[in-house]
Design a binder for this molecule. Structure first.
Ligand SMILES: [Mg+2]
Length: 142
């Protein structure tokens, strides 16, 4: 699958630090044959990804549409189409399918949401559904 991660409060805290487990989850997703993409509603976040040494795990960085999602994919040249998105905003998850994740505002070594997320993606990849409480099927197309 082409898996798209939001930046702020999904994998990055307010202070710019990386959510615990992010690097491990990206690595495991690659091992499982998925591709990881990064997008953000505030612009291209390549500099943040370089700063955090994540570029070798990422297949692309895009601007994320924050409304009119289908039109936005074309406007921002988002390609390939997202198969699964992880975001702290519910609407985009409902549009494309994925996991609406608990926001990560403050640096915390205790945050364990990334491991649950990995399980959800593995489950969805195997069975087409997930028991994760933030899981949403795509509302729009097939
Ligand atoms: Mg966000």
């Amino acid at each position: 699958m082409n898996i798209y991660f939001d930046c702020d409060y999904t994998i990055l805290a307010m202070d710019g630090s990386l959510r615990p487990g992010t690097q491990e989850v990206f690595s495991k997703l690659l091992e499982d044959g998925h591709k990881v993409f990064i997008w953000s509603g505030v612009g291209l976040r390549s500099d943040d990804m370089k700063r955090l040494n994540l570029m070798n795990l990422i297949s692309g960085v895009f601007v994320k549409p924050i409304a009119d999602f289908e039109i936005g994919l074309q406007r921002f040249g988002v390609d390939p189409r997202p198969d699964f998105v992880i975001d702290d905003h519910r609407e985009i998850v409902e549009a494309f399918g994925g996991v609406h994740i608990e926001p990560y505002y403050f640096r915390s070594a205790e945050d364990g949401h990334m491991e649950d997320l990995y399980q959800a993606i593995a489950e969805y990849s195997d069975r087409g559904t997930s028991s994760h409480r933030g899981f949403k099927l795509a509302s729009g197309s097939i």
